[in-house]
Design a protein around this ligand. Structure first.
Ligand code: ZN
Length: 336
């Protein structure tokens, strides 16, 4: 079994600090694949709070009876997202196969009952029973966004079945971010910064796991690569890729069918596109550094000019004083 976890990362993007502590944290959601060992150790001792059950056409919603409205709105949003994402990725929704959906009304209950070690987690989706669990409180990320992310994973599990493991992690997480996030500025900034400094992580190094100390960059690159896939090869490219992978179990064949090139060529194209896209950024950075040097030189020149003027003024003032004093002395002399 594999489990995909989304967490609310606080490691980046302090641009939106508004004084409220939570808003100082990152606006990005990062997502992570947990090792199987972790899953076994942390198997949720669930679900004491989620005693009510609501059945919708495609979800079995477990929720806290104290908040029926939250369960209804989450079920409704999930239905919309499932329809949209299934269409995008090429999954024919099966009528008698509801997805288990655990809706927690507080972040604490979600973390506590899920037995999650990382308190920044906001959603999980796992293979096997395909259960989705979410913090639906909206305290960190909107409920709709976390639903879209986890539903994308669930849809990918359904399309690929046992071939899910053949899908590189960067594609799986990249698609989940591509389907759930409209605003890409934060990711773009992270990727641009790494591209400008030559510190991008090679996508082949993100096939089975993400480095825990650079997870924001790993997720940002994954999402960037999937947006590039769609931009370059069309909106159907993810669908074509997943369909071929389900049929053949070969990611090489899958990416070749979607892009007419192999993984290595696709990765190279994406990397080059970043270089092109962020060349302007580098130019700005260089111009900025150069501009800084010019400004410093101008400040020195201005200082010298000002000093000369002051010295001149002082001399003139002294001369005036001398003249005044001479005049006064000459005027007063006979009487003294
Ligand atoms: Zn994920």
């Amino acid at each position: 079994m594999m489990i995909f976890r989304s967490w609310w990362s606080k490691s980046r993007d302090r641009l939106q600090v508004t004084g409220h502590r939570l808003q100082g944290w990152s606006r990005t959601i990062a997502y992570c694949l947990l090792p199987i060992a972790w899953l076994i150790l942390a198997s949720p001792a669930f679900a004491t709070e989620l005693t009510a059950v609501m059945k919708t056409p495609h979800f079995t919603v477990h929720y806290d009876p104290a908040d029926h409205f939250l369960a209804e709105s989450t079920a409704s949003a999930s239905q919309e997202e499932l329809t949209r994402i299934s269409k995008d990725l090429g999954y024919a929704i099966e009528p008698n196969r509801p997805i288990p959906l655990m809706v927690y009304r507080s972040h604490y209950a979600f973390i506590h009952e899920g037995g999650l070690a990382d308190r920044f987690t906001v959603g999980t989706a796992r293979t096997g029973d395909e259960r989705i669990s979410v913090d639906a409180s909206g305290a960190f990320v909107t409920m709709k966004q976390v639903m879209a992310h986890e539903i994308t994973h669930a849809v990918i599990f359904r399309i690929l079945g046992p071939q899910t493991r053949a899908l590189p992690l960067w594609v799986n997480e990249g698609l989940a971010k591509y389907e759930s996030e409209i605003y890409t500025e934060v990711d773009d900034t992270i990727v641009a910064d790494a591209a400008a400094h030559g510190t991008l992580i090679g996508l082949p190094d993100l096939t089975t796991e993400f480095p825990s100390d650079r997870s924001d960059l790993a997720y940002a690159e994954s999402a960037s690569a999937m947006r590039y896939l769609v931009k370059r090869h069309g909106a159907d490219a993810p669908k074509v890729m997943l369909g071929e992978l389900a049929a053949t179990g070969s990611f090489d064949k899958a990416i070749a069918k979607a892009t007419r090139e192999n993984e290595r060529a696709f990765v190279a194209d994406w990397t080059n596109s970043l270089a092109r896209r962020f060349r302007l950024l580098r130019a700005w950075q260089i111009a900025g550094a150069f501009g800084g040097a010019i400004m410093a030189a101008l400040a020195v020149v201005a200082f010298i000019i000002r000093r000369r003027r002051m010295a001149q003024a002082a001399r003139e003032w002294e001369w005036e004083q001398f003249e005044d004093s001479m005049e006064r002395q000459l005027r007063d002399w006979p009487h003294r």
